[in-house]
Ligand binder design. Structure first.
Ligand code: SF4
Ligand code: SF4
Length: 121
């Protein structure tokens, strides 16, 4: 076959029927308000960290929802839990609680120990 010097990219479409959404279902049980999210991006636009880095809370939520969890824990660690995003959300989503719970679900028991230790301090 003739080599044209480029190849067809792998399709980026996501088959949601095959995506592992088990953690997302747990997240919804902990923070039911998340079901009201309409992905408007208001939380990202107002985020203090987003103003200075490429951290994007809306994208993190979407990746978690689709079961795309690689590197997500490190990304969520950039959030400083200031709560500004919760104040501006037009749907009343408790985004701060969403982030905390995503961290716990991704980090498991070790993260919960870190959090409870920090709270005790
Ligand atoms: S501001 Fe609220 S509704 Fe908009 S994307 Fe963020 S969480 Fe969803
Ligand atoms: S709580 Fe986190 S995601 Fe929300 S505005 Fe503050 S730094 Fe950004």
């Amino acid at each position: 076959m003739k080599n044209f010097g480029f190849k067809i990219s792998k399709p980026r479409a996501i088959d949601l029927d095959k995506a592992d959404t088990s953690l997302y279902k747990k997240l919804i049980r902990h923070v039911p308000s998340l079901e009201r999210c309409m992905m408007c991006g208001g939380c990202t636009a107002t985020c203090s960290v987003n103003n200075h880095t490429d951290f994007n809370i809306r994208k993190c939520h979407l990746m978690f929802r689709r079961g795309q969890l690689d590197g997500l824990a490190a990304e969520l660690d950039k959030c400083m839990l200031c709560g500004k995003c919760s104040l501006v959300c037009p749907r009343g989503v408790n985004t701060r609680a969403v982030i905390m719970n995503m961290r716990i679900l991704l980090g498991g028991a070790s993260y919960e120990r870190r959090v409870s230790h920090a709270v005790r301090k």
